[in-house]
Design a binder for this molecule. Structure first.
Ligand SMILES: Cc1cc2nc3c(=O)[nH]c(=O)nc-3n(C[C@H](O)[C@H](O)[C@H](O)COP(=O)(O)OP(=O)(O)OC[C@H]3O[C@@H](n4cnc5c(N)ncnc54)[C@H](O)[C@@H]3O)c2cc1C
Length: 627
C-alpha cells in the first residue's frame, strides 16, 4: 500500500513566504479568512489525501474502470472517498459562499489540489469534472438551471463531465457534428457521439450532468455555429429528484496507458431519439462558454502534473537514501563498503535536477493561482485587468511546461530506481504513465504553444508580456543588490534578455506574415518562456531562503563552513532553507543557461522542418510477411 509523500514545508514557503497569501485576507473577498483557517484546510486536505486517496491509488491502476454491457464500474474502493469529496465540500471549496462554496482563495485550494493529485490523480478527476460542469452552470445558467443542477453538482451528489471531443473533432472543434433540434422554447433533442469523455459514466454517482457542444439545426458550420447544452444522464423532475433515463448511453471505455481508474467514455447521445438537452447561455456561445471551463481546467492540469512529479521525486529521494549500491569513487576500488545511492555524484545531480524543477513548477502554478485570486479580489479595475492578463499569459505555460517537465521528472525518478523503477513493485512507473495524459488533454501542448505565440504574446499589444518582463526585472534588480547573489541575478537577467529577444524575433515573423516560420518554433519558445519564468521564481526564492538561512546561522553563531553544516544537520528549518538555496543555485547555474542555446536555435532561419518535402521524411512501409 502506497503512502503519500508531499512537500508540505515547501507549500507553506510558497504560500506564506514567497507570495504572502495573507495579503489576500486584507481584501474584502477573503477578509473572513485567517492563517489558522488556511492551515487547517491544508491539514485536512493532507489527511484526506494520505488516509483515503493514496492507499487506493494502485487499485485505480490495477483494477481500473471497467465497461460491461453499457455499465461502467470503477474500483469499489473509490466509492467511499468520492462520497467524502462531496461531504467535506472539496468540490466547491474555492467557490463563492453564495453558491454554497467555502470561498477559499485559489492559491490555498491549489495546495490541497496538488496533494490530491499526488495521492491519486485518477480519482481526483471525477470531482474536478463535476466542478467544471458546475462552474459553467453557475456562470451561464438561468436561475431555473442553477436551481435544478448547481447544488447537486457542487455538493458532488451528482457527477459532471465535459463533452467536446468527437472522432472528427479533436484539437479542432470547428468540426463538431453533434446535433441539436429545438423542440420547445427551452429544450432540444440532442444526437451524436462524443469520445474520450472523462467521468462520462461511472457507478459511484446516480446522475451525471454533461455540458455538451452541439450545433443547432440551421446554424453555420465552423466554430461560430456551436452552442452548448446541459444534458443530464437522467432527466430531473420539478422537485429536483431524478426522473427518467435521458438516452445517454456509454458505448465503451478506452484502455489507456495511465489514469486507468478514471473512466474515459465513448458517449452516445440520442440513439433512440429521446435525449433532451437545455441550451446553456446564448445560441452559438458554446465555444466561448466552454473556453471558460477549459482555461480553469488547463491550470488544473498544471497542478495535476506538479502533484505527480512531486511525489515521483520524493519517492526516488527516499529510495536513493535507502538503497545501497556502488562504492566511493574517490577510493578507486580500494573500498568494498557500499554507499547509499544518494552519495553518488550522478544521482545527486539527478535528484537536485528533479527537486529544482518540482519547486520551480510549484512556484509557477501557485503564482498563477495567486494571480487568479488577485483578479477576483481586486476592486481596482485596472489592477484586476492586469492580474487577468498575467493569468491569461501564464495559462498555456502552466499547462504545457508543467506537463512536459513533470513527465521528465517522472522519467528521472524511474532512472533513480534502476531496473526496479521499470517494475510494478514500486510506484514510479505508474506515476510516469499517469502523468503522460497531462500533455495531451485540455488542448495538447502543441496547441498551448500556438496559443502562447499566436494569441497571448501579442495580446493587448504585447502589454501582458511586457508586464511579466517588468516583474522579472524588479526581482532581478532587487536581488542583484546583494553581492552574495549577484551571479544568480546576472544569469537570470541574461536569460530574461534572451527570452525578450526571442519573443521580438517571433513577433517580427508574425508581422511579416511568416506565420508557419513563427509557429514551427512555438513549442521551443514555450519552453524558453517556461525556463525563464522558473529561473525568475528560483531567484525570488533564493533571495528569501538565503536571508532566512543567514539569520539562522547568525542566531546559532555559526561562522565557519563546519559550524554551518552542523546547524543544517541539526535544525530542520536550516536544512529546508539550505535545500532551497541549493535548488535555486542548481537551476539558475546549470539549467537556465541552456535556454540561450534554445533561443539561438529558434533565431536561426534554417527552416528544414518546413522545407522538407513530405515524401522525403522516410518511407513508411510495412515489412513483407515473413521478414
Ligand atoms: C484520457 C483522456 C481523457 C480525455 N478527456 C476528455 C474529456 O473529458 N472531454 C473531452 O471533450 N475530451 C477529452 N479528451 C480528448 C482530448 O482533449 C483530445 O484527445 C485532445 O484535444 C486532442 O485531440 P485528438 O486526440 O483528436 O488529437 P489531434 O487533434 O488529432 O492531434 C494530434 C496531434 O496533432 C497536433 N495538432 C492538431 N492540430 C494542430 C494544429 N492546428 N497545429 C499544430 N499541431 C496540431 C496535436 O498537438 C497533436 O500532437 C480526453 C483524451 C484522453 C486521452
Amino acid at each position: 500500500m502506497a503512502s503519500l509523500l508531499v512537500e508540505k514545508r515547501d507549500i507553506d514557503f510558497i504560500l506564506y513566504e514567497q507570495f504572502d497569501v495573507l495579503e489576500l485576507t486584507k481584501k474584502d473577498k477573503f477578509s473572513y479568512f485567517s492563517k489558522d483557517e488556511f492551515d487547517m484546510t491544508i491539514e485536512q486536505a493532507l489527511k484526506f489525501a494520505e488516509n483515503e486517496l493514496a492507499p487506493i491509488n494502485q487499485d485505480g491502476d490495477r483494477i481500473g474502470a471497467k465497461w460491461d454491457n453499457g455499465k461502467v464500474t470503477i474500483p469499489p474502493s473509490f466509492h467511499g472517498p468520492l462520497k467524502t469529496y462531496g461531504e467535506a465540500g472539496w468540490v466547491s471549496a474555492a467557490d463563492d459562499t453564495e453558491v454554497e462554496g467555502q470561498g477559499l482563495p485559489m492559491s490555498v485550494f491549489t495546495a490541497c489540489n496538488e496533494m490530491f493529485h499526488a495521492a491519486n490523480t485518477a480519482i481526483n478527476l471525477y470531482p474536478g469534472l463535476a466542478h467544471g460542469a458546475g462552474k459553467l452552470i453557475e456562470l451561464y445558467g438561468t436561475d431555473e438551471q442553477k436551481k435544478k443542477y448547481l447544488g447537486k453538482v457542487y455538493s458532488f451528489e451528482w457527477g459532471g463531465s465535459m463533452c467536446l471531443t468527437e472522432p472528427g473533432a479533436g484539437s479542432d472543434l470547428a468540426h463538431v457534428a453533434t446535433k441539436a433540434v429545438q423542440i420547445d422554447d427551452k429544450h432540444y433533442k440532442i444526437s451524436g457521439q462524443k469520445i474520450f469523455i472523462t467521468g462520462g459514466d461511472y457507478d459511484a454517482k446516480p446522475n451525471i450532468v454533461h455540458p455538451v457542444l452541439a450545433r443547432r439545426e440551421g446554424d453555420p458550420e465552423g466554430i461560430r455555429g456551436i452552442s452548448i447544452f446541459i444534458v443530464p444522464k437522467y432527466r430531473v423532475k420539478d422537485d429536483g429528484s431524478i426522473g427518467e433515463y435521458n438516452d445517454v448511453a456509454c458505448a465503451g471505455i478506452e484502455h489507456k496507458m495511465g489514469i486507468k481508474g478514471s473512466a474515459t467514455c465513448q458517449l452516445s447521445f440520442g440513439d433512440n431519439g429521446d435525449c433532451v438537452g437545455e441550451l446553456l447561455g446564448q445560441p452559438s456561445q458554446g465555444i466561448e462558454i466552454m473556453f471558460h471551463m477549459m482555461n480553469e481546467e488547463r491550470l488544473n492540469v498544471g497542478v495535476q502534473a506538479l502533484g505527480i512529479a512531486s511525489t515521483a521525486y520524493l519517492n526516488s529521494l527516499k529510495y536513493a537514501q535507502e538503497r545501497q549500491q556502488g562504492t566511493d569513487i574517490r577510493l578507486k576500488g580500494k573500498s568494498t563498503k557500499l554507499l547509499n545511492l544518494i552519495k553518488h555524484p550522478d544521482i545527486r545531480r539527478s535528484l537536485l535536477w528533479m527537486k529544482s524543477y518540482v519547486e520551480g513548477l510549484r512556484a509557477l502554478n501557485y503564482y498563477a493561482a495567486f494571480c487568479m485570486d488577485l483578479r477576483n479580489a481586486e476592486t481596482d479595475e485596472a489592477a484586476a485587468k492586469t492580474a487577468n492578463g498575467f493569468l491569461e499569459f501564464l495559462t498555456p505555460v502552466c499547462k504545457a511546461y508543467s506537463s512536459d517537465m513533470a513527465y521528465d521528472v517522472c522519467e528521472q525518478a524511474i532512472q533513480i530506481f534502476g531496473g526496479y523503477g521499470f517494475c510494478g513493485d514500486y510506484p514510479v512507473e505508474q506515476f510516469a504513465r499517469d502523468c503522460k495524459i497531462t500533455s495531451l488533454y485540455e488542448g495538447t501542448n502543441g496547441i498551448q504553444a500556438i496559443d502562447l505565440v499566436g494569441r497571448k504574446l501579442p495580446m493587448a499589444k504585447g502589454e501582458f508580456f511586457k508586464y511579466i518582463v517588468g516583474q522579472m526585472e524588479k526581482t532581478i534588480n532587487e536581488v542583484g543588490g546583494d553581492m552574495a547573489l549577484q551571479k544568480y541575478a546576472d544569469l537570470t537577467r541574461k536569460a530574461k534578455d534572451s527570452m525578450v529577444d526571442c519573443a521580438q524575433h517571433l513577433m517580427g515573423l508574425m508581422q511579416q506574415m511568416q506565420i508557419p516560420e513563427a509557429f514551427v518554433s512555438a513549442t521551443p519558445f514555450l519552453e524558453v518562456v517556461g525556463d525563464t519564468i522558473l529561473g525568475w521564481m528560483h531567484l525570488w526564492q533564493l533571495s528569501i531562503a538565503h536571508k532566512k538561512l543567514s539569520e539562522i546561522f547568525e542566531k546559532a553563531n555559526a561562522m565557519t563552513e563546519d559550524e554551518k553544516k552542523a546547524v543544517i544537520n541539526d535544525n530542520r528549518e536550516a536544512a529546508f532553507y539550505s535545500g532551497k538555496v541549493h535548488s535555486a543555485r542548481f537551476f539558475i547555474s546549470k539549467i537556465l543557461p541552456l535556454q540561450e542555446g534554445k533561443v539561438k536555435s529558434i533565431k536561426d532561419d534554417d527552416f528544414a522542418a518546413l522545407q522538407i518535402e513530405e515524401v522525403a521524411f522516410s518511407e513508411v512501409a510495412v515489412a513483407p510477411a515473413g521478414v
